[in-house]
Design a protein around this ligand. Structure first.
Ligand code: C5P
Length: 323
């Protein structure tokens, strides 16, 4: 987070990848209990938030949002109060009885409805930025509560640390995982999160292995013998929503298989899909051209190379007015 003008914050909102995602079961409230390892990626949306609150100057609350980016990325991203950015701003304003304004420019790089948590990342970034610009001073627990009320993926994206999430997403515990290289294959269609969970229900809900092994392997991959451990971490990746999505969108399964043949140590669907991530061994920084072309043909969008990052994103530096 860097500070530009007074009352303005420029914030990165990084995408996420679920290295494993276990669906434990449907709850009475319609949500599903999960266990998932969420990794932050070096692919991020960028928000510029201009905001002010309080004092005698403001008698009302107003919001403005504009969304920019390539048409393929912004297609279907709402620009009204359905956008999670405005939902998050409203939740925080209601919580604190804010009067003032927030004027937000969102530059999208994370594909929408792709399973990469783009909208949730934007919401998390806005909560953190407005908490500061409006001077709310929320505790971490309050921020987590508000994040969960905006969306199940938002709490996991507040800190930027790799986290294991529980409950429907509101329980978050930081863990240590090495930086890893991935190839993401995105598709020319999206999957709505409620659909992926409904398909899991319809199909009789397969639940994957206890992810403790996967987590231990992930943590082990941070040690010196990183290379040797990648194989066992790779073997521990899974996503319980993948089967139900692949049964309805066969190309997702084909991409998953093709990635392994092309040299990925493992491949796993991201979140509720359809994006598929291939874990790259350290000696395979990229796939070969022929594999990239096949994947483009299968997916309609093709490959992009990213890293999952172990550290927190940059914290806010000291104020640098006019910077
Ligand atoms: O929390 P959020 O609004 O992002 O969730 C969207 C939908 O995804 C929910 O209404 C629900 O159908 C499904 N979902 C779920 N279990 C979760 C997260 C989301 O069933 N843990």
């Amino acid at each position: 987070v860097t500070r530009a003008l007074p009352d303005t914050a420029v914030v990165d909102a990084p995408a996420k990848l679920n290295a494993f995602l276990r669906v434990l079961g449907r709850r009475d409230d319609g949500y599903h209990d999960l266990e998932s390892l969420v990794l932050r990626l070096d692919l991020a949306d960028r928000l510029e938030v201009h905001a002010h609150a309080g004092g005698a100057r403001f008698r009302t609350l107003s919001f403005a949002l504009d969304v920019t980016g390539e048409p393929a990325v912004t297609a279907g991203v709402p620009v009204d109060e359905d956008n999670l950015v405005l939902r998050a701003a409203k939740v925080l304003a209601d919580h604190r009885g804010i009067r003032g304004f927030a004027d937000i420019s969102l530059h999208k790089l994370i594909p929408a409805a792709a399973g990469l948590g783009g909208g949730s990342a934007d919401a998390a970034a806005v909560l953190v930025a407005l908490d500061r610009l409006w001077g709310c001073g929320l505790s971490p627990a309050e921020l987590l509560d508000l994040a969960a009320s905006v969306g199940s993926d938002v709490p996991a994206l507040l800190s930027g640390d790799p986290v294991v999430v529980g409950g429907r997403g509101e329980r978050v515990a930081p863990v240590t995982v090495a930086d890893l290289g991935w190839v993401l294959v995105t598709f020319d269609f999206g999957v709505r999160t409620p659909d992926a969970f409904a398909w899991w229900d319809e199909d009789g809900g397969p639940t994957g292995p206890d992810p403790r092994t996967a987590l231990l392997e992930a943590e082990a991959s941070t040690r010196d013998d990183h290379r040797g451990n990648l194989g066992s971490f790779a073997a521990a990746l899974f996503n319980d929503l993948a089967g139900p999505v692949i049964r309805r969108h066969h190309r997702v399964g084909e991409v998953q298989d093709r990635l392994r043949v092309a040299g990925a140590a493992a491949s796993v669907m991201c979140g509720s899909g359809p994006t598929v991530a291939g874990l790259l061994p350290p000696d395979v920084p990229r796939l070969d051209r022929a594999a990239e072309e096949d994947l483009l043909e299968l997916s309609g969008r093709g490959c992009r190379y990213v890293r999952s990052l172990s550290g927190r994103p940059e914290r806010m530096p000291e104020d640098r007015p006019g910077d």
